[in-house]
Each structure stands twice: as structure tokens, then as C-alpha cells.
Design a protein around this ligand. Structure first.
Ligand SMILES: C[S@@+](CC[C@H](N)C(=O)[O-])C[C@H]1O[C@@H](n2cnc3c(N)ncnc32)[C@H](O)[C@@H]1O
Length: 279
């Protein structure tokens, strides 16, 4: 995903800027997954919450609304452009104050035992050292505090990624071998048992992992959905270097592949995540 560059450089560069510009589109695609995350997190009024890898802040603001004015919420991310987009968003009425923190959550010195809850929508798969990062988060949580996270299951279980990818692959140079295990990337925690082992080694004890399979809507029609897949989804890295002519052919090919998935409610394909709660 970020060959040879750090995650901070990756998310502060073109990718972070593209995500920041398209924050509303991504939030709409992920909305059924976000609902499941918040249901599992069960945030209570007046509590303190950390949003890990908060990006453009959708989940941070929702947490702030959930805990209300007596609560406290921090959104932490390494990406300046995504945090800038987050800061510009209006605060929901009656929300907790939000601190936007530009920081690497793996090493940031959070006050020990200060948080009631930590949550993350797809923001925990990119640490240099997962176990160290989870240990840092565990230390920041109060005893009894809960981490609730969403991460992707394997690509093969995620047709919203694999279908567009298969349509692009014949048009581009063959990608290199899959990355070695445990490298930062969207599918790093595909092996849910290995993720649980990392959490346990970092000091978490009560771990509940649930498989979540829901349709996500990539766009109202195949052309819109193809743009979302090619510009924002994991297959976008295949087209990072593509000239306009190749990009146009890829978009057309992806739109054709997505056409059978068009419904009255838009172009829908299944997404598979792990929803993990750990105390
Ligand atoms: C896939 S995006 C998800 C963003 C956001 N949670 C959302 O759902 O829209 C991953 C996020 O993790 C952030 N990130 C990656 N490594 C990080 C780290 N070590 N500390 C804090 N944030 C990190 C990235 O900058 C990016 O915003």
C-alpha cells in the first residue's frame, strides 16, 4: 500500500488529501458499518473517548454527540490534511468538546488510565508495531474501559474491493507478490485470531470478535460507483501511476463489472469486517 514510505508520509500525501476531499462519499459508503461500530461501543453520556486514526472525523463527531456536553472526546491521527478536514466540520448540537490531536497513536503519551473508551473505524491496521500500539491504548484506558474497532476481513470476502480489482488487473502491470504478513495495510487483520492474539499480548482480556457482513452502496449508478472504487477504495493504488487514457479504460471496465450489482438503492456489494470489542 505504502511501498517504502512511512504511514505518516502516506496519509499526509496525495492519499490523505484525496480522502479529505471525498470524506462525505466515504462516510456514506461506510455508514452501515459505522452504525454497527457505535452499537458495539455503547458509549455512555459523560464519558471520555479516543477515536484512533480518526481521519476526517465522522466517528469522532458521532462519539462527541453520543457522550454529550459532559463528556470529552479526542480524535487522533497522523494525517494533517484529514485533521484539517475534520476541524472544518460543524459540531453536532449538544456534543462534547473535541480535541483534534496530530499524533502517532502508537507512541503518543496519553495520560495513563484516562479514557473510558477508545474506538476506531479502520484506523488500527497501519501501526509500525501493532502490539506496542495496542499496549499504549490499553494503558490509556481506565480499568474496565473498552476498545471497539472495525477492520477488514480478507479481500476475498470483500467483493466491494475484489470485484473492481479484478476488473482493473488485466489493464495494469501485474502487482508484485502480496506483502509479507503483518505489514501495514487495509487487510492486515484479515486473520482475526491473530488480531485477538495481538490484543491479548498487549494486555486486553475480554475480547469479543464478531464477523460483520453487510452490503455497502458504492454509488447510485455503476459509473459513480466505479469512480469511488478506483479513486478511494483499496484498488485505487493499482491506478496511482496511470495516465488519463488508462484510467478512463479502467473506469469503464470497473463500471461494467459493477453493473450486475446495481439495485434500486444503488450499486451494492458485500463488505466483510471484524468488529472487535476488547476490555
Ligand atoms: C483507512 S483511514 C480511516 C480513517 C477514519 N477512521 C475513517 O473511517 O474515515 C486510516 C487512518 O488511520 C490514520 N493512521 C495511520 N497510522 C496511524 C497512526 N500510527 N496513528 C494515528 N493515526 C494513524 C491515517 O492517517 C488515516 O486517517
Amino acid at each position: 500500500m505504502a511501498d517504502g514510505i512511512t504511514q505518516a508520509a502516506y496519509w499526509n500525501g496525495e492519499v490523505g488529501q484525496r480522502w479529505a476531499r471525498n470524506q462525505a462519499v466515504l462516510d456514506a459508503v461506510f455508514s452501515p458499518l459505522t452504525d454497527a461500530l457505535f452499537e458495539a461501543a455503547g458509549l455512555r453520556a459523560g464519558t471520555s473517548v479516543l477515536d484512533i486514526g480518526c481521519g476526517a472525523g465522522e466517528t469522532t463527531l458521532r462519539a462527541a454527540a453520543a457522550v454529550g456536553p459532559e463528556g470529552a472526546v479526542a480524535g487522533a491521527d497522523v494525517s494533517a490534511p484529514l485533521l484539517a478536514a475534520a476541524r472544518e466540520r460543524p459540531m453536532p448540537a449538544g456534543a462534547a468538546p473535541v480535541a483534534w490531536v496530530e499524533a502517532d497513536v502508537e507512541t503518543y503519551p496519553f495520560p495513563p488510565a484516562s479514557l473510558d473508551a477508545a474506538l476506531s473505524r479502520f484506523g488500527t491496521m497501519f501501526f509500525a508495531d501493532t502490539q506496542a500500539a495496542f499496549a499504549n491504548i490499553r494503558a490509556a484506558l481506565k480499568p474496565g474501559g473498552q476498545l471497539t474497532l472495525l477492520c477488514w476481513q480478507a479481500m476475498a470476502a470483500n467483493p466491494w474491493v475484489s470485484v473492481p480489482r479484478a476488473a482493473i488487473l488485466p489493464l495494469v502491470p501485474a502487482p508484485g507478490p502480496p506483502p509479507p504478513p503483518d505489514q501495514p495495510g487495509p487487510f492486515r487483520f484479515a486473520d482475526g485470531a491473530a488480531l485477538e492474539a495481538r490484543l491479548r499480548a498487549a494486555g486486553f482480556r475480554d475480547i469479543v470478535r464478531t464477523g460483520l457482513r453487510v452490503p455497502v452502496t458504492l454509488g447510485r449508478d455503476p459509473e459513480t460507483a466505479a469512480r469511488v472504487a478506483c479513486e478511494l477504495g483499496p484498488p485505487s493504488h493499482l491506478l496511482r501511476e496511470a495516465e488519463p487514457e488508462l484510467r478512463a479504460r479502467a473506469l469503464a471496465s470497473v463500471a461494467e463489472a459493477l453493473r450486475p450489482h446495481a439495485t434500486d438503492g444503488g450499486v451494492q456489494l458485500e463488505a466483510a469486517c471484524w468488529l472487535v470489542a476488547a476490555g
